[in-house]
Design a protein around this ligand. Sequence first.
Ligand code: GTB
Length: 217
Amino acid sequence: MIPTITAFKASPDGGKGMARDMPVRWAFEEVNQPYKVRLVTFDEMKQTPHLSLQPFGQIPTYEEGNLVLFESGAIVHHIARSHKGLLPGDVEAGARAVSWMFSAMSTIEPPILDFETAGYFERDKNWYDERKLMLKDRIRFRLDRLSTRLGNKDWLEGKFSAGDLMMITVLRRLKNSGLLEEYMNLFEYVSRGEARPAFRRAFSAQLEVFKESQKEI
Ligand code: GTB
């Protein structure tokens, strides 16, 4: 059965592949699993049919037969567990890859989200510049350690895994902040991920949706 995911009908990210259907599309492409996409508007996301799939009225969701999933990390994990290629077969190596998935979303991403959110909602406050410096330092605190751990390796645990997929997805949010450029190995790590054919296919697919949405405006 071909799984169906949901994505923004008109993504506010300007086609940059920042919305969270992107890691799910990328995972599908890595394991060569065809998938369908149902596009939803902001209004539809907040109505009962979608809320019964995603309790918080967000994208992405995943449907396959009776299985309904939400949370991009959980969906990528499910795809990785059900196909070969994104999680090492060895139990311990697989668990290490999952540790990186969790750390991407629960250790690296929160200070990045705080920084983004401040940019959206606090820019006009007289304390914004000071807060921005503090938030950037909190991100650096994490990137320092991540950069040290990655060192000169291509991927976090030898072979590319779902851990790298989620980590690169999160680090991509730092584009245009200047922070990634401070860590050349992390900058190159993200570029390496984005150069993967599976990433390129996923990116093009979401970009097509964005271009279509622009035609309708
Ligand atoms: N923890 C959930 C997951 O990982 O699946 C979070 C899902 C989530 O945040 N979804 C967002 C959403 O549906 C879209 S991706 N938001 C609508 C709402 O909450 O009402 C987040 C996103 C949106 C826009 C940009 N952008 O414009 O750059 C980037 C990321």
